[in-house]
Design a protein around this ligand. Structure first.
Ligand code: KIV
Ligand code: ZN
Length: 510
């Protein structure tokens, strides 16, 4: 494809800035591998100077990703840029992404610098980045509220200093599509040497317009879209990867350009990010929501049966939603499980497959049909959470109309076994009291929700919790056919994420 749109995914950086969405290195690697596999052009793997955990995750992703460019974010200060260069040094295609604010309001109140000083910071930081890496992106933070002529000057300076991509962020989600496309056009027409760089946009969704603004920018010549899976990100989130990719694919004549993403990987990717972060997508979310391809009205169903194109502008298979899902059961063998997991995008090692197969058999004994959602939950719990501090070993509940709810819990804490019993207002309360006592944690439960993973009374319960301790917030997720066990797993998962945050204090946030 000539003149394609590069997809720059920031799920692991801006996406991770969603409240409670912190991920450990193993989880980030799993997502990065999948992004690479579906053909994402650039993966923003993190902000290496923010914490040791971020540095480690970016370094590991840089080592393991095969085809995508691996990018690290750095503020426009030498220390950040040097740390970033170290973190990405083993990538086959590394990129440094450095940024500085450009709007009058940021310069006056936040940076307390004038335009000439900021121009110099941009020049020096891009030049240093270019000394350390051939591929450099420069972002003018709060570009959509920046004087357009100053924006062109700062971009011209960045290109002269060696930037190869120029990013126009709508940092606060203030832009409106027709104005934003005018700004992008203005930058393209009024920045000298613009032909030496790719023009990029990075939109936030505060007014629900991130995708619309991104598409408006592409229509006038932007050729890199910064996006996140499921649209997660700071505040109301970032532009949704799946929506931009599918808009370009569904309306090729309108945009005259497109991406090289394998769209059949979009739905599994969305599920992976949901299971890892615990951030659910709303049922009516475009492309990947549970109802995105569900036709309720009789007249629509009739049309679909006669010709799907009467009411469907995209086929569900195109985004990897296979309506005729293979259901596994207790007679399914290791080979069938392995093959099916591969189709879902999980290429497990022999050792990992052994663990998952054992748990799959245990689950199939409890429930007749094991669905894709069950398998995803199993892989997440058994494979991705290997670095957990706390693990549930045993849970026994006594409850009913005539007894006070009691939970007996056995856990391992860094491989040391502890046991205890506690009462509560109900079985979940008793379980949470017991876990809190055993772990010595004092988290506050901010949110608790239970849903069914699939249909039927034997469906696994999926519990999501949001916990706060010492000013840190984490989400936890757990699944099990027994909802009390699922609740315990979710709570423990949240506590493990809080432990990770305590051990990896964030030094800087964008
Ligand atoms: O929203 C923003 O401006 C950012 C920059 C770091 C690109 O995330
Ligand atoms: Zn952002």
């Amino acid at each position: 494809m000539n003149d394609k749109v590069f997809i720059f995914d920031t799920t692991l950086r801006d996406g991770e800035q969603s409240p409670g969405a912190s991920m450990n290195t193993g989880e980030k690697l799993r997502i990065a591998t999948r992004l690479d596999k579906i053909g994402v052009d650039i993966i923003e793997a993190g902000f290496p100077a923010a914490s040791e955990g971020d540095f480690e995750a970016v370094s590991k992703i840089a080592e393991q990703v095969k085809d995508s460019i691996v990018c690290g974010l750095a503020r426009a200060v030498p220390e950040d840029i040097e740390i970033c260069a170290k973190a990405i040094k083993n990538a086959s295609q590394p990129r440094i992404h450095t940024f500085v604010s450009s709007s009058e309001i940021h310069l006056k109140y936040q940076m307390k610098k004038n335009q000439e000083e900021v121009l110099e910071i941009a020049r020096e930081s891009v030049a240093l980045s270019r000394n350390l890496c051939d591929n450099v992106e420069f972002s003018a933070m709060d570009a959509s509220r920046t004087d357009p002529d100053y924006l062109c000057r700062i971009f011209e300076t960045a290109i002269d200093a060696g930037a190869t991509t120029l990013n126009i962020p709508d940092t606060v989600g203030y832009a409106i599509p027709h104005e934003f496309s005018e700004l992008v056009k203005y930058v393209i027409n009024n920045t000298a040497n613009i032909d030496k760089a790719v023009v990029s946009v990075h939109c936030h969704n505060d007014l629900g317009l991130a995708v619309a603004n991104t598409l408006a920018a592409i229509a006038v010549g932007a050729r890199q879209a910064e996006v996140a899976v499921n649209g997660i990100g700071e505040r109301a989130g970032n532009t949704s990867l799946e929506e931009v990719v599918m808009a370009l694919k569904t309306r090729p004549g309108t945009f005259n350009t497109g991406t090289t993403i394998d769209t059949t990987g979009l739905y599994p990717l969305s599920r992976l990010v949901t299971t890892i972060t615990g951030i659910m997508v709303q049922p009516n979310k475009a492309i990947v929501g549970a109802n995105a391809f569900a036709h309720e009205a009789g007249i629509h169903q009739d049309g679909i049966l006669k010709n799907p194109m009467t009411y469907e502008i995209m086929r569900p298979e195109t985004v990897g939603l296979n309506k005729n899902k293979l259901v596994l059961g207790k007679h399914s063998g290791r080979h069938a499980l392995h093959t099916h997991l591969k189709e879902l995008g999980y290429d497990l090692s022999d050792e990992e497959l052994k663990i998952v197969f054992k748990e799959f058999k245990a689950l199939a004994d409890k429930k007749k049909n094991v669905h894709d959602e069950d398998l995803e939950a199993l892989v997440t719990e058994e494979i991705l959470r290997t670095t957990d501090v706390f693990r549930l070993e045993y849970l026994h509940i006594t409850c009913g109309t005539t007894v006070s709810p009691t939970a007996a819990v056995e856990m391992s804490i860094n491989d040391r076994t502890v046991k205890g019993t506690a009462n509560g207002n109900g079985p979940i309360d008793a379980t949470y009291n017991s876990i809190a006592e055993l772990t010595g944690t004092e988290s506050e439960l901010l949110r608790f929700s239970v849903t069914a993973l699939t249909g039927g009374t034997d469906a696994q319960g999926e519990v999501t919790v949001r916990l706060r301790e010492q000013g840190l917030v984490a989400l936890g997720r757990g699944t099990d056919p027994d909802i009390i066990t699922a609740s315990a797993k979710a709570y423990i998962n949240g506590l493990n994420r809080l432990e990770y945050l305590k051990e990896n204090p964030v030094k800087a946030k964008v």
